[in-house]
Design a protein around this ligand. Structure first.
Ligand SMILES: Nc1ncnc2c1ncn2[C@@H]1O[C@H](COP(=O)(O)OP(=O)(O)O)[C@@H](O)[C@H]1O
Ligand SMILES: [Mg+2]
Length: 340
């Protein structure tokens, strides 16, 4: 493992102005991402989970430089990408590719698979002449699509097949990292599993690094080795996948896990699930103290006025909760997380 993480996000804030009236004056702001920090090493799959509106896509867009950080730094391979000019962004945008939820909207309906995958090869001169067709066939094979798919249009394929074309197109750029934003969320469960297995195989074979955003915890658990749980723009808990799912420290993580149905109907029938009460607060007017306190089943007075910082609860596991037990072994405090 190299000393520098491939991706390092340090105290990222993204705020969007809210404008109103004829003159479009700024009347407030949405705090979409509020002091998020994490690191992703080469070859890792880092998961981000949380309910809709908690800032996951905004983080993805900030990594891809599709939205600017209001505060904080994002570095890639040790270089601060938030300061990149257009000249520096070109090679960066090749190395970091994205796959989104709906490949239908990102694939040109008037182009065949061959043209869709061939375009980045031509534009970036990654293959020439007969090499283009050869590379297209290689990429189709890599994504487990039969060669005849080269001639098909997006509407002639199923959702899973279109997502494979989206992956093949991303791979055409020979990326190091792929940001997958709800990449399998729209697919049927059985198809999701196939795409997840494909992503997992590609990670191992090509040494890829993923930032994988999803709301289905079982999918994230399967693919990711480290996971951040977000709520209202903040990381509530961050840990290696196994301890996070086995021994969640944050009440919000526990609530999310409780909401996952048990695959065994007999167990599920006897399971008592206490759904989270209330709605996610408005990110333009977040509650004081711990942002989760308005829905937290165990909140105490302190939670209503003081913001808990992320602190280690175990080795490589940190939670932003006043009630989470801090790690007693100080040697495991290998990193201080700040989330205020
Ligand atoms: N371009 C934008 N302008 C204003 N508000 C935005 C914009 N993009 C996202 N938001 C707001 O930021 C918050 C986080 O959104 P998003 O990152 O899409 O969440 P998620 O992907 O977790 O559902 C939401 O309240 C959303 O409405
Ligand atoms: Mg989203």
């Amino acid at each position: 493992m190299s000393a520098i993480p491939l991706l390092k996000i340090d105290n990222l804030h993204v705020r969007f102005p809210i404008r109103a009236g004829l003159l479009q004056r700024t009347v407030g702001e949405v705090q979409a991402v509020n002091g998020v920090s994490f690191e992703v090493n080469k070859g890792e799959a880092f998961g981000i989970v949380g309910e809709s509106g908690c800032g996951k896509t905004t983080i993805a867009r900030a990594i891809l430089r599709l939205v600017n950080a209001t505060e904080g730094e994002i570095s890639y391979n040790g270089e601060n990408i938030t300061a990149f000019d257009r000249h520096q962004l070109t090679p960066f945008r090749r190395k970091v590719q994205a796959i989104f939820q709906d490949p239908f909207s990102s694939l040109n309906p008037r182009k065949t698979t061959k043209d869709i995958i061939g375009e980045p090869l031509r534009v970036h001169k990654l293959a020439q002449g007969a090499g283009i067709e050869q590379r297209i066939n290689e990429l189709l094979e890599l994504c487990e699509l039969p060669a005849r798919f080269a001639e098909l249009y997006p509407h002639e394929m199923s959702g899973g097949q279109r997502q494979r074309v989206g992956i093949a197109r991303a791979l055409a750029m020979e990326p190091e990292m792929i940001v997958c934003d709800e990449a399998v969320s729209a697919l049927d469960v059985s198809i999701q599993a196939q795409i997840i297995n494909l992503l997992e195989r590609l990670r191992k074979e090509l040494g890829l690094t993923y930032v994988f955003i999803g709301h289905d915890l079982s999918v994230v658990r399967h693919l990711c080795n480290r996971v951040a749980v977000m709520y209202l723009g903040r990381i509530m808990e961050i840990a290696d996948a196994e301890p996070l799912f086995k021994e969640p420290c944050h009440p919000y993580t526990r609530a999310l896990l409780d909401a996952v149905p048990n695959p065994d109907p007999a167990v599920e029938a006897g399971r008592e699930v206490e759904p989270l009460q209330g709605e996610v607060p408005n990110p333009s007017n977040p509650p004081p103290g711990c942002v989760f306190h308005t829905r937290c089943p165990v909140a105490v007075d302190q939670c209503r006025h003081s913001v808990p910082r992320l602190q280690n609860t175990a080795h490589n596991q940190a939670a932003a909760c006043w009630l989470a037990q801090p790690s007693v072994n100080s040697s495991s405090l290998n990193k201080e997380y700040v989330n205020v």
